[in-house]
Every structure is written in C-alpha cells, then in structure tokens.
Design a protein around this ligand. Structure first.
Ligand SMILES: *Cc1c(COP(=O)(O)O)cnc(C)c1O
Length: 485
C-alpha cells in the first residue's frame, strides 16, 4: 500500500460555544433605535436561554470545524454492510430543491398540484415495474415503517378472510427490524433457523407453517448477503396454508432489473429509497420506505392514494378496505423526488448495471480477502460479504480491533457483529459507486492491518490513535453517554 487517504494534520480543536463566547461579542450590528424601546432593556436582561455572545467568525468557524470532523459518503468509502452507503448524485438534491416542488403546499387542491401528484404517480409506477408488483404506496417514511405497513396489510387481509392468525415466521438471517415490526402489529415472531449454506430451508419452513401463522418475512438478499434461492418453494408452502409472503426489499440494490419479486411468490414488500434510490442517510433520516403489493392486496393500501384519470392526477380517498393513513400528507416528499430523479437519470439499463456492479464489487472483495479473513459462507455473494475474526482468535485480535484500526487509516469501519448468525461478523458492502482503485486501496489496508495483528497486535488494541476520540469504553459509553461534548 503506497498511501492512505487518512490525514491528521490541520484538524482543529473546537470548544463548546459556551466556552468560546465572550460577553458583548456580536454577529452583526444594528443601527441604534430612534424610537423608545417597547420593553426597557433592563427588563429583558436575564430573560430567555443563556446563549453565549459570539461574533460571526466564531460561529462560522465553529460549525465549519465540526463539519470537518464528520465522515460521510462524500468524504470516502463507507463500507457499512446492510446499509447501502453509496454515493448520491448531487443532481437529485438539486431537483428536490426546485422551488416549485419544495414550496408546494401539501394541502392545496389536486388541480393546483398536478405536477407534484404526477411525480408521485410515476414514481409508484417505476417502483411497481422495478419490483414486479401491482400497486404501491409512498407513505411510509422508513424501511421499518414499511414493514409495519406490510404487517397491517397482512392483518387486514386475514381479517377479510375471517381468519385469525397470531404468528409470523422470521428467518434468523432476516433484518432485526422484521421481528420488531411484526411484534408491533401483534404477531408473535417465530424464528426459522437457516441451513449450513446460510439459506432458508424448505423443510424447516414446512414444519413450522400452519394455519395460525400469518405468513413469513424474508429479507432477500438476506443479511449474509446471499440470495434466498428457495424463495419460490418457501412461498408455495406458505401460500398453501393461506399465508402471505413479505419481502424485505431493503437490499434491492443487488437485484434491480434482475429479479421479479412477484415471480418469487412475494405478496408485499418495501423498498428503502434512502438506500437504493439516492437519498443520503445515516444519522436519522429523512427516509422513505414505499410498500408494493400484488393485485389482491391493493385494496388494503393506505389512503390517500395517487390515481390517474385520463390526463388528470388525483388523490383517491375512497377506499373502505384501506388500513388508513400511515404518514401525514404525502410521506417524505423530498426523498420521493430524489428517487424519481435518480430513476429517470439512470434509466432502466443503468439501474440494472448498478446492481451488477454492486454485486461484482462485493464478490471481488470477498475473493481478495478470503485467504486472510475467515469466510463462513464461501459462495457467490450479492451486494455484501460477511467475514469473521475466527482466524485472528489465536492472535487475540477481535473484529472490534480491526474495525478501530481502519479509522486510523482513514476508513469508516464496516458493520461489525451483525448478522448475529456469524460470531464476530465483519460485514462489508462496497456498493457500485466505488472504483477498482479505491476498492483495492481498502483491501490493501485491511491486509496491512491483518499483518500488523501478527507482528504488533498492540497497534490494534490501542486503535484508533489518530482520531479525535481514542478507543472508547463501549459499555460505559452506551450505559452512561456523555451528551455535552
Ligand atoms: C436498513 C434495513 C431495514 C430498515 O430500514 P430503515 O429505513 O432503517 O427503517 C430493514 N431491512 C433491511 C434488510 C435493511 O437493510
């Protein structure tokens, strides 16, 4: 490895604004009032919050310095598995900020907002085409809320059949939000063990599926980064007992334009626009988790729903079977515009190519690192690959040490200790937006760290030494967070 992208020079220290402020400093000067003050100045003193007095340059430097401590997709490779931290083209931000779109009032009558309704309608159609489903709602504001919406649709469907169901099957390779969303809806999650290949096993599902079970929630590709090859057979078993199949489509980045989920037997699924379709995320949103369904479930979708009559778009409220609203107004509209802009600017062929490159990049990393790191499931992966620290056990080096040492070399660590089915997991998702040179540099850095682990493991135990914050006591940090700086 020739150079690392990390740098430690010229990173400024920055105190709290309260420590920095000095009585009498001002951000701007206002001419003296030529009328008497309505409230005497003395009466104002001491009222309100204790804000420090600061000059303009104090404030600008404070926030600029804090922003330079930040690390994001625009700074460097962010290989966080299960998150799709890909680069988001700036044109999508620009379209979402178009004044006519950003300032449109959500309570205007349909006739005044034909353009914004059209964006919603067409985005629904694109998502339907991408997934192979029949209808979509754009309301949910996150993947997990999409899951809850899906579970409410499951419930409405079973009630419409006069059937009472209280359980749901959840594979051990599903995302953690799946059992949580199902439980929130009143279903008891029943874990399904994956087989030695990390796959959902047909016989295991057959043994667990009964007529009290509402269906199954399948994350596909699963959290091992593997495509659930038995999905069709599993869906047939679930359908035969009157159940439904939920597809967690947060990992759609691996299969856009390649897999038709309806042909896999999926009845309801969500997409994460903030992962696959170009909205920067991490740190809490906003996001969007549209839900797509097959024809027979369309009547349960949330209201209002955007419809098109001839050349006119309208919000349709008239749906007695709907589960109701799951979000105020139209969902996180800005995120919807970014996804719409992303899909239009990419086009169908390039969306497919993005998935192919995401898969190629992950497999390249898997192949180059598998000699140095233990690869528990050695088979072609999708958009991410999962290693473990098993080979480093004898050196007394753990996943956390490797992750922390990466920070010293200027990399955001990958996802660690998830999925839970792999002990000491290291889950890497490069995404399609990284070029070969940058991926090679990342791989070389990991190989260098693994060499350090053999020669001088103390370097890893102490890491990070270059970052502003050194190694934290993670337990203490979680139990007694210090939130004041
Ligand atoms: C991210 C993710 C979710 C949850 O999505 P949020 O938008 O964070 O609620 C669900 N399933 C999978 C597979 C994911 O990767």
């Amino acid at each position: 490895m020739k150079t690392a992208p990390g740098a430690s020079g010229l990173i400024m220290n920055e105190p709290l604004l309260w420590e920095k402020g000095k009585k009498g400093r001002k951000g701007m000067s206002i001419p003296a009032a030529d009328v008497p003050l309505a409230t005497p100045e003395a009466a104002l003193a001491g009222a309100g919050p204790d804000f420090p007095d600061l000059s303009e340059i104090d404030v600008i430097r404070h926030y600029t310095r804090l922003s330079q401590w930040n690390f994001g997709v625009d700074t460097g490779l962010y290989p966080l598995g299960s998150c799709t931290m890909k680069y988001n083209p700036k044109t999508n931000e620009k379209q979402a900020a178009t004044p006519a779109i950003a300032a449109a009032h959500p309570m205007l009558d349909d006739e005044y907002v034909q353009g914004t309704l059209r964006i919603m309608y067409e985005l629904q159609q694109y998502l339907i085409n991408i997934t192979g489903m029949a209808a979509a709602t754009l309301q949910p504001s996150a993947g997990a809320q999409g899951e809850l919406t899906g579970m409410l649709i499951f419930d409405a469907y079973h009630k419409s059949k006069g059937s009472k169901r209280n359980k749901i099957l959840i594979p051990d390779t599903a995302h953690g939000t799946n059992p949580a969303s199902a439980a929130l809806c009143g279903y008891k999650p029943v874990p399904v063990a994956s087989n030695a290949e990390g796959m959902l096993d047909v016989e295991t599902v057959k043994a667990l599926m009964d007529e009290e079970t509402a269906g199954i929630m399948v994350t596909n590709p699963n959290t091992l980064g593997l495509f659930e090859e038995n999905i069709r057979a599993v869906a047939e078993i679930v359908h035969a007992k009157g159940g439904l199949v939920y597809g967690d489509g947060a990992n759609m980045n691996a299969i856009m334009g390649i897999v038709d989920l309806s042909k896999c037997g999926v009845d309801v699924m969500h997409l994460n626009l903030h992962k696959t379709f170009s909205t920067p995320h991490g740190g809490g949103g906003p996001g969007a988790g549209p839900v797509c369904v097959v024809e027979k479930l369309a009547r349960f979708l949330p209201i209002p729903h955007v419809k098109k009559d001839g050349d006119t778009y309208r919000l349709d409220w008239d749906n007695p079977d709907s589960i109701g609203r799951v979000h105020g107004y139209h969902g996180n509209y800005g995120v919807l515009v970014k996804a719409y802009s992303y899909i239009l600017s990419m086009g169908a062929a390039n969306l497919k190519k993005a998935s192919q490159l995401a898969v190629l990049n992950a497999n390249y990393i898997k192949e180059r690192l598998k000699g140095a790191l233990h690869l528990p499931y050695d088979r072609p992966c999708m958009h991410e690959c999962v290693f473990s620290d098993e080979k480093q056990h004898e050196l007394k080096v753990a996943t956390l040490d490797i992750a922390k040492r990466l920070i010293d070399y200027g990399y955001h660590p990958p996802t660690v200790y998830f999925p839970l089915v792999v002990h000491g997991a290291i889950m890497i998702e490069p995404t399609e937006t990284e070029c070969k040179e940058d991926i090679d540099q990342f791989i070389d850095t990991i190989l260098l760290i693994l060499q350090e682990a053999k020669e001088n493991p103390q370097l890893l135990y102490d890491a990070p030494v270059m970052a502003k914050r050194k190694r934290l006591d993670e337990t203490l940090a979680a139990r007694k967070p210090c939130l004041c700086g």
